[in-house]
Design a protein around this ligand. Structure first.
Ligand SMILES: O=C(O)CCC(=O)C(=O)O
Length: 259
């Protein structure tokens, strides 16, 4: 399976510019003939949380139509990062994922909200699971701060998922933690981790990319280390998941009677 991450800049509070940028990046990613394209977190608005009333996508309709049409037209799966969405009178940080036919295969509201950026003041807390298949491969996706909660990824991945997709706006100042956390999630779940981060600036943060594709042994197989917009691609040899889980059967060896 070939995956391509669209590591993009996100214009703070400028929705039309962000749709244009994302459309260009998706188009650019096609040059690698990927099976799946992955986007970062909150790519429609950035973290313009105090402007969500005016900016958030009503019921996610614009996002869903846009991603679904692209997936169908180009016969490509899309792990659509996440968008700021207005639903049931609340705001949500929501991921939408699509198969090659443009069918919505997963909808996930960010479960752990990031207090340091006051996300919990503006966004409603998600409660949904996140589980889907990409070309028959069980997968899951989480959003940014979620990766600090290994119990959550363990729960999601214990259904036999082989790929964990992560979409983020992870600031450069904590990028070493980003890499360590993601490599740990890959090693402990013996799965691929495909993690999309953004580049560029927001009012209080600088983002340097460092999108990562990591194998089930924790080795980095692709790294968006240019600090610029770029497409980060790798081929996932999914037999490595079975190899890792066969050598050291971590899921089987868990003490479910104790924890
Ligand atoms: O956990 C972190 O350090 C970053 C999290 C974050 O920026 C987010 O969830 O938006």
């Amino acid at each position: 399976m070939k995956v391509s991450i669209a590591q993009i800049d996100i214009a703070y509070g400028n929705v039309s510019k962000n749709y244009e940028r994302t459309a260009n990046a998706l188009q650019k990613a096609l040059a690698n003939h990927p099976d799946v394209i992955v986007l970062p977190e909150m790519w429609n608005t950035g973290y313009a949380l105090d402007k969500l009333d005016e900016l958030a996508d009503e019921n996610g309709e614009r996002t869903k139509n846009f991603l679904s049409a692209f997936a169908k037209k180009h016969d490509v799966n899309i792990v659509g990062g996440s968008c700021a969405v207005k639903r049931q009178g609340k705001f949500w940080n929501t991921a939408y994922d699509f198969d090659r036919k443009g069918q919505l295969i997963n909808e996930y509201d960010k479960v752990h909200l990031f207090g340091l950026m006051q996300e919990d003041r503006f966004i409603a807390q998600g409660n949904s699971e996140s589980s889907f298949e990409i070309d028959g491969i069980k997968s899951s996706c989480v959003i940014c701060y979620d990766i600090r909660f290994p119990e959550w990824e363990r729960k999601l991945m214990s259904s036999g998922a082989k790929i964990l997709f992560v979409s983020a706006q992870w600031p450069d100042v904590r990028i070493k933690q980003w890499e360590i956390l993601l490599r740990a999630r890959a090693i402990e779940n013996q799965s691929f981790v495909v993690a999309a981060n953004r580049v560029g600036d927001a009012p209080n943060d600088h983002f340097n990319g460092h999108s990562l594709i990591i194998d089930p042994f924790g080795e980095i197989i692709a790294n968006g280390c240019s600090g610029q917009e770029e497409i980060v691609s790798a081929i996932l040899d999914l037999s490595l998941v079975d190899k890792a889980r066969g050598n050291i059967p971590v899921f089987k060896d868990r003490r479910l009677d104790l924890y």
